[in-house]
Design a protein around this ligand. Structure first.
Ligand code: ZN
Length: 304
C-alpha cells in the first residue's frame, strides 16, 4: 500500500514538472520571442520617426534658405516664387539668376502658351512678344515718315518715336553715318501675309525664329524700325552703322530689341537692324544693364 502511494506521488510530481516545462517552452516559443521583436520594432519606428523629422528639418531649412536666396536677387518677383522653385527643380543646372530671368520672361511656358492682351495703357512701353499680343484691329496713332528717313514711301511711326528717330538719323549723318528705315509700322493683315508666306517657304518652326505671327509683331506698335536692312545675310552687325547704333541708339530712346545670344528669351534670332523706341530713360537703363525689354517689362512694368 505504501509502495503504491509513493508511486502515485512520484507520478504527480513528474506531471507537474512536465506541465511546468511545457508551459515554459510555450512561453519561450510564443510569448518571449515576439515580445522581444516588438521592442525592436518599436525602437526601429522611433528611429524612423527621428530620421523623418531630421529630413523635414533639413528640408525646412533648405527651402527657407532657397527662398531668401531668391529674394536677395535683382529682379525677384514675389508672385513668381512658386514658378522659380518649380523651374529650378526641372533645371538644376541653371543658376538662381538664370532661373529668375527665365521665369520672369515666361520661359517656363512654351512660346504662344496662354498669351495675354498687350496693355495699351503702357504707352511707349507697350510690350508685344510671344506671350503678349495685339488684336487684329489695333492701330496706333501714326505719322508718315519723310524722305531722307525712310527708303519705303509712306512708312509710318508713332509721333514721339518718329521725332526721336529723326534726331538720331540727323545726328548720325553729322558723323558720316547714313541711317534709314526699311520697315516701320506694319498692320495686322500685312504681318499675316508676311508670316504666312514665310511659313510656306520655310515651315512654322523656322519662320517663328525670324518672323512674328500676326498680332505678335512689334512692328504693329508703330514703335519699331528696321534700319538699313532686314536680312541676316547682309551682316549688318559688321557695319559702321551698326557700331554707331550700338553705342548711340539708347540716347534717342531706342534699344536693340533682339540682341545676340538672347533668342531663348526674346524668341527671335539676333536682329542687328531692329530698333524699338521705349524712351530715353528706359533705353538707357536697358543699355547700361544689358537686359532685354522683356526682362525690363516683367520687373518694372508688369510687376507694379
Ligand atoms: Zn523688325
Amino acid at each position: 500500500m505504501k509502495k503504491k502511494n509513493n508511486y502515485k506521488v512520484t507520478l504527480i510530481i513528474l506531471i507537474i514538472i512536465t506541465i511546468i516545462l511545457f508551459s515554459f517552452i510555450i512561453y519561450l516559443l510564443f510569448f518571449k520571442k515576439p515580445s522581444n521583436n516588438k521592442v525592436l520594432d518599436n525602437k526601429k519606428d522611433e528611429e524612423t520617426i527621428n530620421i523623418d523629422n531630421n529630413i523635414e528639418d533639413y528640408e525646412d531649412i533648405g527651402e527657407d534658405d532657397n527662398i531668401s536666396l531668391f529674394e536677395s536677387q535683382d529682379y525677384y518677383i514675389e508672385n513668381n516664387l512658386d514658378r522659380y522653385i518649380a523651374y529650378q527643380t526641372l533645371n538644376p543646372s541653371k543658376n538662381i539668376d538664370e532661373v529668375i530671368t527665365d521665369v520672369n520672361c515666361n520661359i517656363d511656358r512654351s512660346f504662344y502658351t496662354d498669351p495675354v492682351a498687350s496693355n495699351l495703357d503702357d504707352g511707349t512701353l507697350l510690350i508685344v512678344n510671344k506671350y503678349h499680343s495685339l488684336s487684329s484691329d489695333y492701330v496706333p496713332s501714326l505719322v508718315t515718315m519723310e524722305d531722307g528717313y525712310t527708303n519705303v514711301k509712306g512708312a509710318k511711326m508713332q509721333p514721339e518715336a518718329y521725332e526721336h528717330y529723326k534726331q538720331m538719323v540727323d545726328d548720325a549723318k553729322l558723323e558720316g553715318i547714313t541711317l534709314y528705315n526699311v520697315s516701320a509700322y506694319r498692320s495686322y493683315s500685312l504681318q499675316n501675309t508676311l508670316y504666312t508666306n514665310y511659313v510656306k517657304r520655310d515651315g512654322v518652326d523656322a519662320a517663328d525664329r525670324y518672323s512674328a505671327r500676326p498680332g505678335y509683331s512689334e512692328h504693329q506698335t508703330g514703335l519699331a524700325s528696321d534700319i538699313n536692312t532686314a536680312s541676316s545675310k547682309a551682316h549688318f552687325e559688321n557695319s559702321l552703322e551698326y557700331s554707331w547704333l550700338n553705342s548711340n541708339a539708347y540716347k534717342y530712346g531706342f534699344i536693340l530689341r533682339y540682341p545676340e545670344n538672347k533668342e531663348y528669351l526674346t524668341g527671335y534670332k539676333f536682329e542687328p537692324w531692329h530698333y524699338r523706341y521705349v524712351g530715353v530713360d528706359v533705353a538707357t537703363y536697358i543699355y547700361e544693364h544689358n537686359i532685354t525689354f522683356d526682362e525690363y517689362y516683367a520687373y518694372f512694368i508688369e510687376n507694379n
